[in-house]
Design a protein around this ligand. Structure first.
Ligand code: BTN
Length: 262
């Protein structure tokens, strides 16, 4: 059964978007909402079609990791986006646009000074992860086909497994009170829609500048893949800039980890 706080009529009543969520599929439980959204896209679902589930059996995170998806508390959301004519490689920084929108949505519920984007796909509150993004693309020849934007937000979780506890938080823990999932979902969809539209309208340079101002670990020593150095910021392309042995390197994949002082 779909829980009351994710009732489709309630979610629709909260929506303030033009397209995202106007076509909506809410499920009590599923394998992965990204798979459902991909299947819906292949069956002709419109741009902005959204799949939401109360629980996932096989939630996927970045780098092939599982995404813990128990029922009753958090948000598991996937959005179908049909890009305008776009070369597939040019889609790589779309994750940053989604991250900026997601950070703006989180900042509605806790003060914005506490919110950061950890390149390339995490949103943090007080340095702890509260949300993650998994963008899955498809190709039509050399052009981009429908994209699935997967978003997981820890909304109501009050406890994390021992290994995650020092690194993770939820909106509830950070805000100090309960939040309803329909309102959080509506905020996420409207802020992410705005940034995705800006991205496809050529707004990547502004998106990158705005993310830089809330970029986690800026100025700190980090390790990303085999590179170790100071996290300087972002390149206009959205790549991560590291200062390694006095010269700058642009990193296009991986996930930076904080290193102690040298
Ligand atoms: C990450 O930070 O590792 C990305 C997490 C993405 C999780 C979401 S939950 C909704 C959608 N369905 C999935 O299987 N994964 C994404």
């Amino acid at each position: 059964m779909i829980p009351e706080d994710l009732d489709p009529a309630l979610v629709r009543a909260c929506l303030r978007t033009a397209r995202f969520g106007r076509s909506l599929d809410v499920r009590a439980e599923t394998g992965s909402t990204n798979d459902d959204a991909r299947a819906a896209a292949e069956a002709g679902a419109p741009d902005g079609h959204v799949v939401v589930a109360d629980a996932q059996r096989r939630g996927r995170g970045a780098h092939g990791r599982p995404w813990s998806s128990p029922p009753g508390r958090d948000l598991y959301v996937s959005i179908v986006v049909r890009p305008p004519s776009f070369a597939l490689p040019a889609l790589a920084p779309l994750t940053l646009a989604v991250g900026l929108g997601l950070a703006r949505a989180v900042a509605i519920f806790v003060s914005k000074e506490r919110v950061r984007v950890k390149w390339p796909n995490d949103v943090l509150i007080d340095e702890r992860k509260c949300a993650g993004i998994l963008v899955e693309t498809s190709s039509l020849g050399e052009r981009a086909g429908p994209v699935v934007i997967g978003i997981g937000v820890d909304v109501g979780r009050e406890q994390f497994d021992e290994d995650l506890a020092p690194l993770a938080t939820s909106l509830r823990l950070a805000a100090g009170h309960a939040l309803d999932r329909a309102s959080v979902l509506a905020a996420v969809l409207s802020m992410v829609e705005a940034e995705v539209d800006r991205f496809f309208a050529g707004g990547l340079p502004e998106i990158v500048r705005e993310i830089e101002s809330i970029l986690a670990m800026r100025g700190e020593r980090v390790e990303c893949g085999s590179a170790r150095g100071e996290l300087v910021g972002l390149a206009p392309s959205g790549a991560l800039r590291l200062r390694v042995d006095g010269s700058e390197r642009e990193i296009v994949s991986g996930s930076p980890k904080r290193l102690g002082p040298r």
